[in-house]
Design a protein around this ligand. Sequence first.
Ligand SMILES: Cc1cc2nc3c(=O)[nH]c(=O)nc-3n(C[C@H](O)[C@H](O)[C@H](O)COP(=O)(O)OP(=O)(O)OC[C@H]3O[C@@H](n4cnc5c(N)ncnc54)[C@H](O)[C@@H]3O)c2cc1C
Length: 413
Amino acid sequence: MEKIIVVGGGPAGLMAAVKAAENGSEVLLLEKMNRVGKKMLITGKGRCNITNTAQIPELIKNITGNGAFLNSTIRAFDNEDVIAFFNGLGLSTKIERGGRIFPESDKAADVVGSMLRALHRLGVKIEVNQVIDHILVKNSTVCGVKTKTGKIYEGDAVILATGGASYPGTGSTGDGYAMAKNLGHSVVPIKPSLVPLETKESWIKSVQGLSLKNVKVTALADGEKIGEDFGEMLFTHFGVSGPIILSLSRVVTEQLQQGKKVELSINLKPALTPEVLDKRIQRDFEKFIRKQIKNSLHELLPAKLIDVMIGLASLEPDKEIHQVTKEERLRLVNAIEHLTLTVTKTRPIAEAIVTAGGIEVKEINPKTMESKLVKHLYFAGEVIDIDGYTGGFNLQAAFSTGAAAGQYAAWSD
Ligand SMILES: Cc1cc2nc3c(=O)[nH]c(=O)nc-3n(C[C@H](O)[C@H](O)[C@H](O)COP(=O)(O)OP(=O)(O)OC[C@H]3O[C@@H](n4cnc5c(N)ncnc54)[C@H](O)[C@@H]3O)c2cc1C
């Protein structure tokens, strides 16, 4: 293919541009914002978790939204290829907890910078501040794109990599959905994935900012268990966030949409059985026998949670420990193991880490990423109906689909 236009300069578009240029095409990358890779710069808290060391089946399993569709693109450009790609650009990487891969420098800007240098070396032209709003098609074959201001760019193939609709301040405002729809593509309704959750309980405000490590959260819909995760979570002014909440948010969103009552049951001491926890509390109580309850739980619970737990266990905060009954103590054990929150709704899609939904995968060739409806139109990244868990899986999906789209667009005639 002679001239390829890439729409969108996120990880998927940047990778597509590199691969198309490496395979001999003239490439023009058009980006809406004043610079490329804005979202990438904030990934992994500014450190960019580029992929994960998991084996391929595990990688695919962690892409909960249509992972199977990515089987062939991930196999063709897997996590080892991503690491080798960046190392080849002079970017050293390191492995962290859970197999997460980061740049050694801990700077997302270095990841974007390495890709930009590669594009420069390959002669890819980048134009920023270009908002594309139409893909031009003649005889069911792509022939260019048109900007919002009416400027036309001609090309033999177009790779649409406009991302999802989360964090719109980074440029990802869901523009690609309308463009694909205009060409007859179906778009699976979008919804937030990896999103914080709002909760009903008013005590939440008193613990905002508190982060809990090594807790177990069980999500329940109408009393039935729908998911469980272990790790770190955070209380906010509206409810809960943090890694395990984000991971559970996908199933929670589905159940909320079905009108079910969703609750989160937090076990603050998941390593202890109720009996062992009770013994532990008894030991603390012996130590603080002359103190009031409110002054005897600081070795067991974070300070911010003490009043809340006393309230939830219906205990009197001023009661002295030697007056606490066994029944009262067991109420405390129960409250610590089942700290329950009622989810009212998710935060808006703008605050989601990833957008679920997007261009229907059945209408895309899973090997080449080419549209099955329009010749020489390719898709890459989050604009497609794919979404994964945290841990580097979303960027892997963006890189794998970007690599396939770039390469096959360059190879096609
Ligand atoms: C806070 C946060 C942290 C994250 N951390 C991680 C992480 O550490 N690891 C991980 O794997 N994933 C992470 N993700 C998810 C990951 O960033 C995305 O899945 C990924 O960026 C998607 O890549 P993309 O190229 O498809 O889309 P995007 O990165 O959204 O890029 C799309 C690009 O297209 C441009 N564009 C949009 N519309 C138009 C238009 N009409 N014309 C021209 N250009 C347009 C946009 O400006 C943007 O530059 C994180 C996401 C967020 C929000």
